[in-house]
Design a protein around this ligand. Structure first.
Ligand code: PLP
Length: 405
């Protein structure tokens, strides 16, 4: 039989968080090895249970959740999201501007598919959460990566960003708080990004899925709250802030001056209708989550479990010779740098695969986040402190072996 090949649409699509090294880890688990997984921000897997009130309300609504809902989502969920946009000072959002999805992931792909023609360009940060690059490519667009500057708390390098704008640039992706760097953007940087978008007629796509996972008393500004004219699509959901990745409940909100965006919005409506609706039990979790006190606040406060784990991971990882790291201000990740003079790595995927083989610790290589050099990896600091100690001791031992080669 002739080999069945995947479509060429996938030629440029890459999503290494669940890539070949994960496959290697799965095989090792099948052989009976215990793997410490620091590769994915799946909170429930590390004992960060989803709030009980959310679970109970989902169960209660289950009998009435068997039918399709409105394509854009049930009323109570959209109303709760509308109130959330008001709390975040995003102006003028109506129920019609809100789309509920099977997590933010589905909506990111939908938003790109509705916008892009072949050759259209989208500014995406490097490093990035790689779904953004993948979604642009899958939608036949071209991702243009603008640098985030490690020497400046991983904030966007605006000079580099401006230099990447061409007549084909349609949109600017802003991931704040950032995965994988843990950066949190101050208002002055956000205002500059808004100005650039305004000047070049770009849509802003704001991925704010970690907007409550903030340390050291930090606060988050929604970029959509900083203008009433620039078309902005803001993404958020329950996965991280409410420890509910598996319920697949996310949303996107279109704001700004919508008058010139009617055709694009028609495209979004069409794609939302084509998938009929997002999973209805998950939608029922949204009102309960947003209306209550179940978010992650206590865990990220000083002394809270997540804050302690961030501090410990940072302390241990930066104690390894040749390893430096910008301390995350938000989210669940750190993105340490391996000094190339100490660790002359040529292929960072191989490097991570070798660490998995030797030490049974699973990380994701920097290039998996479209970072152009083989000198970073991402670590998820979700495991309990003892497990983190064990995991980072293994990383340190592997790196010691690497230095002595
Ligand atoms: N955006 C960012 C920055 C993420 O880190 C993730 C998941 O890790 C997502 C979006 C996907 O979120 P969801 O579970 O809502 O699909």
């Amino acid at each position: 039989m002739k080999p069945i090949r995947k479509s060429n649409k996938l030629d440029r699509v890459c999503y290494d968080i669940r890539g070949p090294v994960l496959e290697q880890a799965r095989k090792m688990e099948e052989e009976g090895h215990h793997i410490i997984k620091l590769n994915i921000g799946n909170l429930a897997a590390f004992g960060f249970d989803s709030p009980e009130e959310i679970q109970l309300d989902m169960i209660r609504n289950l009998p009435s959740a068997a039918g399709y809902s409105d394509a854009k989502g049930i009323f109570s969920a959209r109303k709760a999201v509308m109130h959330y946009t008001q709390q975040k000072h995003i102006q003028g959002v109506t129920l019609d501007d809100i789309y509920i999805g099977n997590g933010v992931s589905e909506l990111i792909v939908m938003a790109m598919n509705a916008l892009l023609n072949a050759g259209d360009e989208v500014l995406v940060p490097t490093p990035d959460y790689p779904l953004w690059t993948a979604a642009v490519s899958l939608s036949s667009g071209t991702p243009r990566h603008y640098l985030c500057d490690e020497g400046n708390d991983w904030l966007p390098d605006l000079k580099d960003l401006r230099a990447k704008i061409t007549p084909r640039t349609r949109a600017l992706v802003v991931i704040n708080p950032n995965n994988p760097t843990g950066a949190l953007y101050p208002e002055n940087v956000l205002l500059e990004l808004v100005d650039i978008a305004r000047q070049h007629n770009l849509i802003i796509y704001a991925d704010e899925v970690y907007d409550k996972v903030l340390y050291d008393g930090a606060t988050h500004t929604a970029i959509a709250s900083l203008s009433t004219d620039v078309l902005t699509v803001t993404f958020n959901g329950l996965s991280k802030n409410y420890r509910s990745c598996g319920y697949r409940a996310g949303w996107m909100v279109v704001s700004g001056d919508l008058r010139d965006a009617r055709d694009y919005i028609e495209g979004l409506d069409m794609l939302a209708s084509m998938r009929l609706c997002s999973n209805v039990p998950g939608q029922h979790a949204i009102q309960t989550a947003l209306g209550g006190y179940q978010s992650i606040d206590d865990l990220v406060a000083p002394g809270g479990r997540m804050c302690r784990q961030r501090d410990l991971a940072y302390e241990l990882i930066t104690a390894i010779p040749g390893v430096t790291c910008v301390k995350p201000k938000a989210a669940l990740y750190m993105f340490p740098r391996l000094d190339p003079k100490v660790y002359p790595i040529r292929d960072d995927q191989k490097f991570i695969a070798e660490m998995l083989q030797k030490e049974r610790v699973l990380l994701v290589q920097g290039s998996g986040f479209n970072w152009p050099h083989a000198d970073h990896f991402r670590l998820v600091f979700l495991p309990h402190e003892d497990d983190l100690r064990d995991a980072i001791a293994r990383i340190a031992r592997f790196l010691e072996g690497y230095r002595q080669r």
